[in-house]
Design a protein around this ligand. Structure first.
Ligand SMILES: Cc1cc2nc3c(=O)[nH]c(=O)nc-3n(C[C@H](O)[C@H](O)[C@H](O)COP(=O)(O)O)c2cc1C
Ligand code: SF4
Length: 520
């Protein structure tokens, strides 16, 4: 019997040399006459250990990492193919503390299965949700999503079931399901991991949405910088079609659903849902005014469900285990679990899925192990480039949409970017404004012109005459107020979040003395 060895095919593992390691393992096994089955799995999300190689043993899967090509001969010498002891041995994968303490609902299969094997997917609860959905009336599917309390994971946290209900309730010749996989936020990668490591989960979630709403066509709009995700999704769609899980007659149910991949245009603003629709339609990615909302007039003017990858990916488990199971995780109105992404200056960067309610302090220290530089952590940007900088006084706030809103922060897509005490918050505030000048779609004045003026004002605060500082800070606050209230979309409307949080929590970095602070 051959020995099963897993080497991830996720981009993060590939960047760390997984392809070369896989080739070296294959060659060495052949040389020694050892029969192996090499599975290219997704990543478990413990990035500092990549490439993390796993071996199936009678006791369970044993992990080794980070493995380099030069380690392969030594690993075979140590009998790693039967779980032998080696300096890189990490023990049973499931017992690694970073993984064991997580609550993996959406990411339960991540790194466990072969991403393109339908058999493996189904052996691990895959398609149980769709099978159950096909036996329910459409209204009941929507009700399950509503009852589970699932909110959009792309940023705005809008209840998914309400969008689905709107689309389901409309009569139209054509309806669409559109997945936003543009994933432009800094420090985020859970969408990419899903598409590369468990693509059928996304396909299943979108198919359930199609069945619930009467949509027959779907699009996945994938960030252009994700070539592996694009390739894996395309292949997974073909496999699902061949297996009867996509096409004219899904599992003989009479429901038809066809799924297409669109490579994104490479602009941050194309992640804004209406700019994304323009882009899929082949036009320049410019934000549309709302109303009409996309649920009523979306892609090609037709009713469209638009959700983020993780929102759709959360649906199969809700249907297979029931809304109550999912809803039992979380706090307040933030139900279920969130795949949180630790990035920036952090020792153990990676994917941590936890029920809502976990704190930043737990995430950064119990999982992340503190800063990579070993210096004190100063600021954490949560929720992408438009998210606020969260100071230490707020690190015990539970990760919960409402609790974060109450302190002027956002959870967003769950990206956490850590900065140590060498960070200059005035420079980071300037960067936020500059990002907006570069990425603005240009449709409205507060964003297009305001962000350019914002960069200039921050420059004057940083290097202008000190006596003018209070006045310039007041100007910056006025400008931010105009951007928040006058912008057409959250690009201009939220750029003030990082700027003002930097100013409010780290005034010393803006050269403010105590009297300045009182004046501003
Ligand atoms: C400038 C900008 C960029 C955005 N980028 C993304 C993105 O990359 N991915 C995403 O899912 N949502 C993004 N959003 C949010 C989408 O507009 C939309 O709210 C989301 O796709 C809806 O899905 P959800 O309800 O499942 O979160 C962005 C919003 C703005 C304003
Ligand atoms: S806020 Fe910026 S990105 Fe949004 S519509 Fe206005 S100009 Fe375009």
């Amino acid at each position: 019997m051959s020995i099963k060895i897993y080497v991830p095919r996720d981009s993060a593992a590939l960047a760390a040399g997984a392809e070369e390691v896989a080739a070296a393992i294959t060659a060495e096994a052949a040389k020694r006459g050892i029969a192996i089955e090499l599975v290219r799995n997704g990543s478990r999300g413990l990035f500092w250990l990549e490439p993390m190689v796993e071996v199936q043993t009678g006791a369970g899967r044993i992990a080794y990492g980070p493995v380099e090509v030069e380690d392969v001969v030594g690993l075979f010498d140590a009998g790693f193919q039967v779980g032998g002891m080696h300096v890189l041995q990490l023990g049973l994968t499931e017992e690694i503390a970073y993984l064991k303490r997580q609550e993996r609902l959406t990411f339960a299969r991540m790194g466990v299965t072969d991403p393109l094997s339908l058999a493996d997917y189904q052996a691990h609860e895959g398609y149980a949700g769709l099978r159950r959905a096909l036996g329910l009336p459409a209204t009941e599917i929507v009700q399950q999503v509503l009852d589970a309390g699932l909110r959009g994971r792309g940023g705005a946290a809008f209840p998914a079931g309400i969008k689905w209900k709107t689309v389901a309730g409309l009569k139209a010749t054509q309806k669409y399901v559109v997945c936003n996989a543009d994933e432009g936020d800094s420090g985020t990668y859970s969408d990419r991991m899903t598409m590369e490591g468990d693509p059928f989960m996304l396909i299943e979630g979108m198919t359930i949405a199609a069945v619930a709403t009467g949509a027959t066509q779907g699009y996945v709009y994938i960030r252009s910088e994700y070539p592996h995700a694009v390739a894996t999704m395309r292949e997974a769609i073909q496999v699902a079609e061949a297996g009867g899980f996509l096409g004219d007659n899904i599992l003989g149910s009479g429901h038809g659903f066809h799924l297409h991949v669109r490579k994104a245009a490479g602009a941050y603003v194309c992640g804004e849902e209406t700019a994304m629709l323009e882009s899929i339609e082949g036009k320049r990615g410019i934000v549309r005014a709302k109303p009409p909302i996309p649920a009523i007039q979306g892609l090609f003017g037709k009713p469209s469900v638009i959700n983020n990858v993780i929102t759709f990916a959360s649906v199969p488990i809700i249907l297979s285990r029931g809304a109550t199971f999912y809803k039992d995780y979380g706090v307040g109105r933030s139900r279920g679990a969130l795949p949180i992404q630790l990035a920036g200056n952090i020792r153990f960067g990676g994917l941590v899925e936890k029920a809502f309610g976990v704190t930043l302090r737990e995430l950064m220290y119990d999982y992340g192990g503190g800063s990579a530089s070993g210096r004190p952590i100063k600021a954490v940007q949560v929720g992408g480039p438009l998210g606020a900088y969260v100071p230490e006084s707020q690190w015990d706030t539970p990760l919960d949409y409402e609790a974060y809103a109450a302190v002027g922060a956002v959870v967003g897509h769950g990206g956490i970017v850590v900065h140590d005490d060498t960070a200059d918050m005035a420079s980071l505030a300037r960067y936020a404004m500059e990002f907006c000048t570069i990425e603005s779609c240009g449709k409205c004045t507060p964003c297009r012109i305001g962000s350019t003026r914002g960069v200039e004002v921050i420059d004057r605060i940083a290097s202008g005459p000190g006596e003018q500082r209070p006045q310039q800070i007041k100007l910056l606050r006025d400008l931010c107020d105009t951007m928040v209230h006058g912008s057409l979309c959250a690009m201009g409307g939220m750029t003030p979040f990082p700027v003002l949080s930097a100013l409010d929590h780290y005034p010393q970095d803006f050269g403010m003395t105590v009297p300045d602070r009182k004046a501003a």
